[in-house]
Write a protein that binds this ligand. Structure first.
Ligand SMILES: Cc1ncc(COP(=O)(O)O)c(C=O)c1O
Length: 397
């Protein structure tokens, strides 16, 4: 059949991660593969109660079309929620989205043409890379270390681009407990990043789904706050701190950006469901969100500790890993000669699965890395799974 498809659709191809993660369904395999929250945390009864209340009291609003930037009540709840974590925003600076992934979609539509240069971290969030690749972006990767993006490297890449007569459309960063690496950007680097972005007039996309999940009782000031809102577009979501099933997120940015985002969103889905917004607004105003986040931290902290302890105990010394202080992921680096895709089936034979690192790198480097998730498996599974993984790696070394 000679159907013709768009260039955009032809740039999307099946993920090699999805292909190999099929193996996680093999009975007995402990998976560190997905990025799912622990379903034991889902506040099912609260949502049942609030849903009934919302339908009884505001059904006429909940089941209607709503304003594109979001229901006023929900926006007020978002402002209160942000303030709990040190960020201030006004209603005009918000646009509710169907989760962060829609935010990434809208921002790609807003900024990218074919071959538009952008700056991303090495490694970076797969869904972000996919959205940018779909638009044909020319992605330039920046190395990371334990303190986040290497800003000196970024400056060199910006200078190189300048020599080519190019300016990046944006810099994409995940500064808090990054997916996939678990790394948090230091305060000093945050400040330098903002200074450079502002001086060169490059927008900064701050994607921060894990910001609230700090296990050490503190969270660094966001890029949004440090920049005074100038040139930073922040993406937020309830997927990781509450549940992903309602697909609820929001963008925080200068009004200039929000106006454009709102117009683009109208062309995509008109509005995010009012029903879900009113339920979550009530959830937040009843003080439930704060409690949910505390519970998530209490549940995930011991899991991370169990993973770090097991890694110390079992892993051969050639293997290195990140030491996250929050979020859901940890990053393993093996000796250069080892390709984590090639040894994946050996891991499956040892009854353990992970996510290979290369797809997180826009330049296809990182073949010797892998991502481990600790939010979904139990503490017991984490201990066992890491010992299996260590055995698999030792059998190859
Ligand atoms: C860094 C980052 N951004 C965005 C998303 C998308 O999340 P959602 O669309 O569920 O809000 C994720 C999900 O894993 C993520 O890790």
């Amino acid at each position: 059949m000679a159907y013709e498809f768009s260039k955009v659709s032809n740039r999307i191809f099946g993920s090699e991660i999805r292909e190999i993660l099929k193996w996680t369904r093999k009975p007995g395999v402990i998976s560190f593969g997905g990025g799912l929250p622990d379903a034991a945390l889902f506040p099912i009864q609260d949502i049942i109660d609030i849903t009934r209340d919302v339908l009884e009291k505001k059904g006429y609003l909940a089941l209607q079309y709503g304003p594109t930037p979001g229901e006023e009540e929900f926006q007020e709840a978002l402002i209160a929620h942000m303030a709990e974590f040190g960020d201030n925003a006004k209603k005009e600076q918000l646009c509710v989205t169907s989760s962060s992934q829609q935010g990434l979609d809208l921002l790609s539509l807003m900024f990218l043409d074919e071959d538009s240069p952008i700056i991303v971290e090495l490694p970076s969030y797969l869904g972000g890379l996919q959205a940018f690749r779909r638009c044909g972006a020319d992605m330039r990767g920046i190395h990371m270390d334990h303190a986040g993006m290497d800003i000196d490297h970024m400056e060199r890449v910006l200078d190189d681009l300048q020599k080519e007569g190019k300016k990046p459309r944006f810099i994409y960063s995940i500064p808090d407990f990054q997916n996939p690496s678990g790394i948090t950007m230091s305060l000093e680097r945050r400040k330098r990043l903002i200074e450079i972005a502002q001086k060169r007039e490059i927008p900064l996309l701050e994607d921060s789904p894990y910001r609230e999940l700090s296990f050490i009782g503190e969270v660094l000031p966001s890029l949004w706050t440090l920049s005074g809102g100038k040139g930073v577009i922040q993406l937020r979501t309830f997927s990781k701190i509450l549940f992903p099933g309602m697909r609820m997120g929001w963008i925080v940015a200068d009004e200039l950006f929000i106006k454009k985002i709102v117009l683009l969103k109208q062309s995509v889905d008109l509005c995010t469901p009012s029903f879900s917004q009113l339920i979550l607004a009530e959830y937040i105003s009843r003080g439930r969100m704060k409690r949910s986040i505390e519970k998530a931290i209490q549940r995930y902290r011991p899991k991370l500790e169990a993973m770090l302890t097991a890694l110390d105990k079992y892993m051969p010394k050639e293997v290195k890993w990140s030491k996250p202080t929050g979020g859901m992921f940890l990053w393993l680096t093996l000796p250069e000669r080892i390709d984590t895709k090639e040894i994946f089936m050996t891991a499956i034979e040892h009854n353990v699965a992970y996510v290979i690192g290369r797809p997180f790198h826009c330049d296809r480097s990182g073949g010797n890395t892998m991502r481990l998730n600790y939010s979904f498996p139990s503490v017991e599974q984490i201990e066992k799974g890491i010992s299996y993984l260590a055995e698999a790696i030792k059998s190859i070394l």
